[in-house]
Design a protein around this ligand. Structure first.
Ligand code: COA
Length: 277
């Protein structure tokens, strides 16, 4: 997958993370058949059932890749096998690792052919990516979903600024409500984000409270020209690192014995086990 800039590095096989770091990973949802099978083999029974419920093959495959890559990423930090990870969900559907997997927190978003993941330790984090669609009617959707303050800024923008500002606002809002874990139940008009092209990404107010907003960081993420993405993190004392998730052949971190990365080795051995069963 071609990323818009070279900030997205090849990660070590087993990256480590602390509370002062946030790692963002980017993966392509379009993978070849054998890779999809490998990723499917590390999903839980419940995830495999969920995959089967998709009507279209493409949606099924994208779900398998997004969830399989999530497992692959998390197991690299935890030094566990991908299929050993257990997820639980809060009452709004946010997936989290079960308590016995330490303080690792994460969030996922997918759109078009892209999945992005935020990983950190002991912090609230939310991430969102949206593919920019040319035929999208921004104005009525902004009026319906944005806060009154955001609609006022949006309405004053020049026509040529509106598409970009719309998707900046949308992804920033989504990243924040996902970081809180409440999703849309948080109330999309309960908080304001910046959206004008000349303003940095920021949470401006939460239920009228600027101090609460100042406790959060919002960042834009550059992926590809036709995508917008944003990251919301509680606190400011952290550094961002961006990794690109790679398929086996492209990963430079190979184990000596197998000529394969550790995580790909885990994926492959699980697939072989499954075929032999
Ligand atoms: C579900 C929701 C959290 C995100 O939905 P989305 O933007 O359509 O989808 P994304 O790809 O960004 O995120 C989906 C992932 O978020 C995670 N997620 C689900 N519920 C979540 C929650 N309450 N909090 C955080 N993350 C959540 C899951 O990992 C999910 O992936 P999965 O379905 O493969 O398990 C929610 O915000 C929603 O329904 N949004 C609707 C869109 C909308 O109206 N936006 C208005 C913006 S102005």
């Amino acid at each position: 997958m071609l990323l818009a800039n070279d900030n997205w590095k090849i990660p070590p096989v087993h990256p480590s993370i602390s509370k002062e770091q946030v790692h963002v990973w980017c993966a392509c949802l379009e993978q070849r058949e054998s890779r999809i099978q490998q990723l499917e083999s590390i999903l839980s029974d419940e995830e495999q059932c969920r995959a089967q419920r998709f009507y279209f093959q493409k949606d099924r495959d994208h779900f398998i890749v997004a969830r399989g890559v999530l497992r692959d990423i998390l197991c690299r930090y935890l030094n566990r096998q991908a299929e050993q990870l257990n997820f639980c969900y809060n009452e709004y559907g946010k997936p989290m690792l079960a308590k016995n997997f330490g303080g690792l927190s994460f969030n996922v978003s997918h759109s078009g052919n892209v999945a992005i993941y935020a990983v950190t330790c002991g912090r609230e984090v939310g991430i969102d990516v949206e593919q920019i669609r040319a035929d999208f009617a921004e104005e009525p959707i902004a009026k319906r979903f944005f806060s009154p303050a955001e609609v006022a800024v949006f309405s004053d923008l020049a026509a040529h600024e509106k598409k970009e500002a719309f998707f900046c606002c949308w992804t920033r809002k989504e990243a924040f409500i996902k970081a809180t874990g409440k999703g849309v139940s948080f109330g999309l008009d309960n908080f304001d984000v910046s959206l004008a092209p000349d303003k940095p990404a920021a949470l401006l107010s939460v239920k009228g409270d600027k101090k609460e907003a100042a406790r959060w960081s919002l960042r834009n993420l550059d992926i590809q020209p036709d995508y917008k993405a944003a990251l919301a993190v509680k606190g400011h004392d952290w550094r961002l690192q961006s990794w690109q998730w790679q398929s086996v052949e492209k990963n430079t971190a190979f184990t000596k014995e197998t000529n394969m990365s550790n995580s790909d080795f885990l994926l492959n051995s699980k697939l072989i086990e499954k075929r032999q069963a």
